[in-house]
Design a protein around this ligand. Sequence first.
Ligand SMILES: Nc1ncnc2c1ncn2[C@@H]1O[C@H](COP(=O)(O)OP(=O)(O)O)[C@@H](O)[C@H]1O
Ligand SMILES: [Mg+2]
Length: 166
Amino acid sequence: MTRFTLKNEQQTLALARRLARTLRGGDVLLLQGELGAGKTTFVRGLARALGVRSRIKSPTFTLIHVHELAKGKEHRAKGTLHKTLSSKLYALRYLVHCDAYRIKRARELRDAGLMDWLGRPDTLVVVEWGEKIKPLLKGRRYILIKFEHGEQGNQRIIKMMASLQS
Ligand SMILES: Nc1ncnc2c1ncn2[C@@H]1O[C@H](COP(=O)(O)OP(=O)(O)O)[C@@H](O)[C@H]1O
Ligand SMILES: [Mg+2]
């Protein structure tokens, strides 16, 4: 488990950028934490780093937002994220942003089409309130990122851990 203390929104965005450099297609991020903890802000940081041009907002009502990476960045992603891997197989093309806040059962996200995106080598899946969809991930590896408020107003504690499933 890795723990970070972020003093302000800029530091949270910077951490998301750092993480973005280590991700590859097929990865699944589950973001856990109460309202206002910084999950959507973090997704915004990831999206910027990956070259998403469309606006990132919580997909609370639509459940799933699919963002296509800008073309230029897609190539950059090939170079920086996947140096040692086959660029054809692992180039990121889509950021899929989900929000499980309103769902009562994991299968609501399954019915909304999430399974089509999980594990695709050109797709990074990020789920806010992601702990709710663990039943859909049986046997799949994921990265769990927990967000907590710190002592000061703009302070956040972020803990990252990889699942043991593979
Ligand atoms: N260190 C920080 N990291 C992230 N957001 C912060 C931080 N400090 C203050 N904020 C504010 O907290 C709010 C987080 O909201 P948001 O990212 O939508 O949370 P969530 O998606 O978890 O509900 C934003 O208004 C943001 O400006
Ligand atoms: Mg949110």
